[in-house]
Design a protein around this ligand. Structure first.
Ligand code: ARG
Length: 278
């Protein structure tokens, strides 16, 4: 059998709502630490159940968002392009992730100069194309340069809704020809580009999108989301997927859910490069 899918997570020891850098976060709505810990643990257990092998980066005091490992960088084969966060509060995570990747045998590629880039939060492969969200967190020019470095095609997608500020909050590749998206998070041009590029594009309804349904972890045909995404789960079943629900409300308070709490270390299942034998 193939190697199990490898996923990077970070325990929520120091997770909390300590600053406000997106529309979901408010210091007047703190997260419950014990509940966040239970929810994170339950997510980890579901991922193990669907066959993933979990690796962990050690939590660091005063880095409450380090739990969102999706933002560590963009993995491509044995390379990782590190993130350059837009907000200074999260820039302090950069050396922690960089160190972890170096110690775990990745070729660490620094982000292009003078741009912001938030890793797999804003850059996701579907087939051979890198779909890249820009405007709210990452810069379009950075994606262009990263794609040149990796030698892949990039499709820039403008994000327009502050509640869907990272691409992985409104777009989720399922396999090489299938993806979820929340149409209203994109500008008109990006919507059309997605419709042309992806043969089976599943539009997620607003209530499910607001429950972060698009922020799903895909392991083979298993799709793991927050609870309260019933219509989406129905849509997923119709497409031959097996949906799983696990409560992640404490992380929604920070503007994150299942996918944000994970980073695929061996490439997303939807990425063609993962299956090339080079
Ligand atoms: N509080 C974090 C931030 O605003 C949440 C990050 C969510 N990550 C993601 N990949 N969407 O940066």
């Amino acid at each position: 059998m193939d190697q199990p899918p490898r996923i990077l997570m970070c325990p929520p020891t120091y997770f909390g709502i300590e600053y406000e850098i997106n529309a979901w976060m408010s210091r007047s709505r703190p997260s419950d630490h014990a509940e966040a810990t239970r929810q994170w643990q339950a997510l980890r257990e579901v991922l193990v159940r669907v066959g993933a092998s979990i690796e962990e980066v050690l939590p660091v005091k005063e880095l409450p968002d380090l739990v969102f490992t999706a933002n560590a960088g963009l993995v491509f084969r044995n390379k990782v392009v590190l993130s350059k966060f837009l907000h200074p509060q999260r820039q302090r995570e950069e050396p922690v992730f960089s160190e972890w990747f170096m110690q775990h045998g990745f070729e660490v590629v620094p982000p292009p100069e003078g741009i912001s880039f938030e890793g797999a939060g804003d850059a996701l492969f579907c087939g051979e194309t890198l779909f890249a969200g820009y405007r709210l967190r990452s810069d379009a020019s950075g994606h262009q340069r990263i794609a040149e470095t990796l030698g892949c095609r990039v499709l820039p997608l403008e994000l327009v809704d502050p509640y869907f500020y990272h691409l992985d909050t409104c777009f989720c590749p399922i396999d090489r020809e299938t993806a979820l998206y929340y149409p209203r998070a994109f500008d008109e041009y990006a919507r059309r580009a997605l419709q042309e590029a992806i043969p089976r594009l599943i539009a997620v309804e607003e209530p499910d999108a607001r429950r972060f349904g698009c922020n799903a972890v895909v392991v083979g045909r298993h799709v793991v989301t927050n609870t309260g995404c019933e219509s989406l789960h129905h849509q997923l079943r119709e497409h031959g997927c097996e949906p799983w629900a696990t409560p992640l409300d404490e992380f929604l308070k920070s503007g994150g859910s299942a996918k944000c709490l994970t980073l695929r270390l061996d490439g997303e299942d939807a990425a063609t490069w993962k299956f090339e034998t080079t």
